[in-house]
Design a binder for this molecule. Structure first.
Ligand SMILES: CC(C)(COP(=O)(O)OP(=O)(O)OC[C@H]1O[C@@H](n2cnc3c(N)ncnc32)[C@H](O)[C@@H]1OP(=O)(O)O)[C@@H](O)C(=O)NCCC(=O)NCCS
Length: 279
């Protein structure tokens, strides 16, 4: 992936001093034509509400009442999407908050947003009918592993993960948790209701690049029990990223994979110039 140098360039405060940007280390890649995956880093300590205005991003009233860290992650996600929109050469429309707290994509776009501590990622694509989900997780420590086992995994899934030798156990449990979050983001809008972690189960041992989930519950005509989803997985240092992308015209998403199978994955330079710091 290519470093987005324009996003990491320090912004002058006007006094000659360098001001660290709120959002930096931004990198984008093509998952396929018209679909961008972006990863970046933001600095919650540098958050200033004025950054919403500076970057032309709506500051919803509900958000302005949230703690600064929450506002910072919300802003960072919208800034990433804005950079993607510029690169995709589509209008930089606002991403509203939907009824189930999910992002409302403007006409002609699809996508997903995730944040974890100071990491931020998004997928933005130009197929409004695509299913898209994305999740970023810090690899679980012992306590978090136990919590994931309790909340998100069944007994057979724990046994399968313990038996496999492809990933260490903490990475494997984090990957399955993240894959389930990704699947939830991708399909809950079409399903039309909330569903729990038991609605999808691990269909095969995970590999370093993919987790295959199968629906254990019937989630409606589009999502019958047994339908499988190949979730892409990538580990970078202590973080795991999972994502799912299925084009709107793809009626056999299991066979086709999530869009990363056979993708031409090349780095791109993104021309971006938002002020990422307020002086
Ligand atoms: C909605 C949920 C998946 C968000 O995940 P999270 O790990 O808490 O947070 P992340 O940082 O990864 O993602 C947050 C982003 O997800 C997006 N999001 C929130 N709710 C969403 C929804 N219902 N659908 C799609 N995207 C949603 C938003 O863009 C949000 O960021 P923003 O508010 O700044 O715009 C999670 O809170 C949840 O409810 N999980 C339980 C349901 C589940 O996973 N079931 C398992 C099914 S097998």
């Amino acid at each position: 992936m290519a470093q987005d140098n324009s996003a990491v360039a320090p912004c002058h405060a006007g006094t000659g001093a360098f001001v660290k940007p709120f959002l930096d280390a931004v990198r984008f890649e093509n998952l396929r034509p018209g679909v961008l995956l972006g990863v970046g880093r933001f600095w919650p300590d540098l958050f200033d509400p004025a950054l919403f205005t500076v970057n032309g991003i709506d500051h919803p009233e509900t958000m302005s009442k949230a703690i600064a860290k929450r506002q910072a992650e919300f802003l960072a996600g919208r800034m990433m999407v804005q950079i993607a929109q510029r690169h995709l050469d589509v209008p930089t429309a606002q991403i509203r908050i939907g009824g189930r707290r999910g992002p409302v994509w403007p006409p002609g776009l699809c996508g997903s947003i995730t944040h974890s501590s100071a990491k931020i990622a998004c997928i933005v694509g130009t197929d409004p009918d695509a299913l898209v989900g994305l999740d970023l997780e810090h690899v679980a420590d012992d306590n978090a592993v136990r919590a994931i086992e309790k909340v998100a995994l069944s007994g057979p899934e724990v046994a399968l993960l313990r038996a496999q030798r492809c990933l260490d156990y903490a990475t494997a449990t984090t990957a399955i948790f993240s894959a389930k979050e990704t699947l939830f983001k991708a399909i809950n809008g079409r399903v039309g209701r909330h569903f729990g972690f038991d609605a999808a189960v691990l269909a095969a041992p995970p590999t370093p690049s993919a987790v295959v989930l199968g629906l254990a519950a019937d989630l409606g005509p589009l999502f019958p029990a047994g339908r499988k989803f190949r979730i892409d997985l990538r580990r970078r240092s202590s973080y795991l990223l999972t994502w799912y992308y299925c084009a709107g015209n793809n009626d056999n998403p299991t066979a086709q994979g999530s869009g990363s199978v056979g993708r031409t994955c090349h780095s791109i330079n993104v021309a971006t110039d938002p002020n990422t710091a307020v002086s």
